[in-house]
Design a protein around this ligand. Structure first.
Ligand code: ATP
Length: 407
């Protein structure tokens, strides 16, 4: 049976990172049936619409959708063009935008950060109701109790499954009606979740605390525009846009996308970081109930980061294709039931000279490893048998099973 996945690569690097995510998804061995659909600026130029009806139907028929990025004409109106992702969020009532930010094994990135921004996704200033009165431009900000309550419920449920802490971000001291309504609605909903710790932070203070004290947050719930800005900031704190995935959740379907845009400056150069799209695909697998496979994708990204297999935005020299192939191979090993450990994950022992890993004495092994250590489950009834396979070290020993390697 499998899953039906709608895929919308979009424009620019969306056309590079989404195929990368699909390559990695295929390595999970899950039955995923991909259905490709068009949206975005190139689509608008070719068909006169940025979001064709067939694409809307494809999203409707799918179990979940993977979206890349679309280019938008900046700062100018183009008749007939409207942002397809904004339109899709509205069409499918995808009212909660989840943007996780966590520490990755990267130099200069704060450790122990694990937060989730839950951004209201349907209203606020993004209702795009602007008009001109001569030299006066006016934009309407819409906040409703209903939308505030439903995003609050989603945020509270998520927080209860995590560290049970909810931070409400607003600016009710200056905007008591709009932000005040949002704050009150969230507080009322949160009151129905016993054991949930709730705090409020003004958006300007939040911008500062995200830099100085990102470890103190678990789930953060806020209005549309504040969430948009703060989630980019959180992504930057944790290693950059190339590592930031997101989910748009509604009651009937969900769309998963990297937070970054189409990045026209690097499109076509083969150097786009595919990790955000791969992590968005991981969020999609969690949504589909495939949490084990979702974890493999995260482990693949972590391993690539540890081994320095990264694109130029993270200071590396790898191409999109090289990062993708690395992550795909790790995921393939994990899906095949083999463990893939890494030097930095080893709990004990001495990693010895650079590039050389040593098994502890009782395993009587010594081996030079290039790409990581692979631990295979031993064949039933077989005696411990070390083997070197290519640059990988195969360790058929019952005691070797586990996430940690003895090195
Ligand atoms: P939009 O399409 O939303 O108008 P954009 O793509 O120009 O915007 P961002 O997504 O915010 O903007 O990215 C800003 C810059 O960050 C890009 O121009 C690019 O240089 C870099 N960048 C973003 N995503 C990636 C990525 N996945 N890999 C490498 N660099 C990236």
């Amino acid at each position: 049976m499998g899953y039906r996945i709608c895929v919308i690569p979009g424009d620019g690097i969306g056309r590079e990172v989404v195929p990368a995510a699909i390559e990695v998804l295929r390595a999970t061995g899950l039955e995923l049936n991909f259905h490709f659909a068009e949206a975005g600026w190139a689509c608008f130029e070719e068909f006169g619409t940025a979001l064709p009806e067939e694409t809307i139907q494809a999203v409707r028929q799918a179990d979940a959708t993977l979206f890349g990025a679309v280019s938008s004409p900046t700062g100018r109106r183009v008749d007939g063009y409207r942002s397809p992702i904004v339109a899709l969020r509205r069409e499918f009532n995808l009212y909660a935008n989840l943007r996780p930010a966590r520490s990755w094994p990267l130099a200069g990135v704060p450790q122990d950060v694990d937060l989730l921004i839950v951004r209201e996704n349907t209203e606020d200033l993004y209702v795009q109701q602007e008009h001109l009165e001569g030299e006066r431009a006016v934009a309407q900000r819409v906040i409703t109790r209903q939308a505030s309550e439903r995003v609050a419920r989603a945020a509270c449920r998520l927080a209860m499954g995590r560290r049970r802490k909810l931070t409400i971000v607003h600016k009710a001291n200056i905007l008591p009606l709009t932000c005040g309504l949002f704050r009150d609605a969230v507080r009322e909903v949160a009151g129905g979740f016993p054991g949930l710790q709730v705090e409020e932070v003004l958006v300007d203070a939040m911008a500062m605390r995200l830099v100085h004290d990102p470890q103190s947050f678990d789930v953060v719930v806020t209005t549309n525009m504040f969430g948009d800005i703060l989630s980019d900031e959180a992504a930057a704190v944790c290693g950059g846009m190339g590592l930031a995935p997101s989910a748009n959740l509604g009651d009937s379907t969900a769309i998963f996308e990297p937070v970054h845009g189409s990045a026209p400056d690097i499109a076509g150069k083969g150097i786009a970081n595919p990790m955000a799209a791969i992590l968005a695909a991981s969020m999609m697998l969690s949504y589909l109930g495939e949490s084990e496979a979702a974890g493999w994708l995260v482990q693949g990204v972590e391993t690539a980061l540890r081994r320095g297999v990264v694109t130029p935005d993270l200071g590396g020299q790898a191409t999109t294709a090289q990062v993708t192939a690395f992550v795909r191979d790790v995921v393939g090993e994990l899906a095949a039931g083999r463990w893939y450990a890494d030097a930095a994950q080893s709990s004990s022992g001495d990693s010895g000279a650079k590039g050389a890993w040593y098994a502890s004495a009782h395993h009587e092994l010594e081996c030079t490893i290039g790409e990581g250590l692979l631990l295979d489950p031993p064949p039933a009834g077989e005696a411990p048998r070390p083997a070197v396979r290519g640059r990988r070290f195969q360790f058929n020993y019952p005691g070797s099973l586990g996430r940690q390697a003895w090195l």
